[in-house]
Every structure is written in C-alpha cells, then in structure tokens.
Ligand binder design. Structure first.
Ligand code: HEC
Length: 138
C-alpha cells in the first residue's frame, strides 16, 4: 500500500515531493527578501534625494512640515543637522506629540524614510539672520 516509500522518486509522487520541497525552501527565502534593506543614509544619491522629495508629499509630511521641511503652523522645521537619521526614523514610528504615527513598514518603509531624510539634508539651510540687512537695521 505504501508505495511512496518504495518508489519515492518516480512519477507523480516525485513531482509532488519536489514541489513540496521547493515550497519549504522558498518560504524562508521569500521572508529574507521581504526584509527591508538597511537604508544607507550617508551614501544617498541624487536619485534618493529626488525620491525623498516625492515621498515627502506622497506621505503627506509636507502638509505639516512644509514642502522643504521648513515648518508650518502645523509642524516644526525638520533640521537634519540636529536630528540624526535613527532618531528621525524613531520619531516617525513613535511620535510623542500630536504628529500622526507611521508605525509600520506598510505605512512608510525604512528606505522611503531614508530617502526623505536624504532630501531634507539636501535642502540648503536658511540664511543666518545676521546676513539679512533689514533684520540688523537698529
Ligand atoms: C498632521 C501633521 C503632521 C504630519 C502629516 C507629519 N508630521 Fe511630523 N510632526 C508634526 C508635529 C506637530 C510635530 C511636533 C511634535 C509632535 O507634536 O509630535 C512633528 C515632529 C516631527 C519630527 C520630530 C522633529 C524634532 O525636531 O524632534 C520628525 C522627525 C517628523 N515630524 C517627521 C515627519 C515625517 C518624515 C513625516 C511624513 C512621513 C511627518 N513628520 C508627517 C506634524 C506632522
């Protein structure tokens, strides 16, 4: 009755056995693929900056923080010189104030966040108030 163990590698059973084996091997491989790559913030390219600029609008950050992260009445200026990337990402995942939470990779992926950070870093800093004559006219 139990021919499977007698002829394990023949005919249709072979087909099913191989199918099952491949499936078992494929599941962990797919899991590894689904993991996010570690974002490389320091080696951001012009492409990362461009994507980050788009992400900043797509993920609605710009609605509160302004199109270049300069800040609005709804959200503060995002200063990448003051906030390193890990702290930046941590805040977005777990905000402490009134900012909405982007808690999961589905809401925003680490790499989308890294691109946003690269974009914000590419924005020139605001001018020093001392360099603006009108503000030093007393
Ligand atoms: C609905 C408005 C709103 C949206 C949308 C929003 N933020 Fe914020 N964000 C805030 C406010 C307000 C704060 C100030 C702290 C608080 O109340 O949570 C803040 C704070 C932050 C901080 C901490 C700043 C600091 O100086 O410590 C970071 C980083 C940040 N936001 C990034 C983002 C990013 C990236 C996105 C988009 C993925 C985003 N925010 C979307 C309102 C918003």
């Amino acid at each position: 009755m139990n021919h499977f163990f007698v002829y394990p590698f023949s005919g249709r059973r072979f087909f099913w056995a191989m199918g099952a084996t491949l499936l078992i091997l494929a599941i962990p491989a797919a899991r590894v693929q689904a993991q996010q790559p570690t974002p490389k913030v320091d080696t951001a390219s012009a492409e990362n900056v461009e994507k980050g600029k788009r992400n900043f609008v797509t993920y609605v950050c710009s609605a509160c923080h302004g199109y270049s992260g300069q800040g609005t009445e709804r959200g503060p200026r995002l200063d990448t010189n003051r906030i390193p990337f890990p702290a930046f990402a941590r805040y977005v995942r777990q905000p402490a104030g009134s900012m909405p939470r982007y808690g999961t990779q589905k809401q925003i992926s680490d790499s989308a966040l890294a691109d946003i950070y690269a974009f914000l870093k590419s924005v020139p800093p605001p001018p020093d108030p001392k360099s603006i004559p009108l503000l030093n006219d007393d």
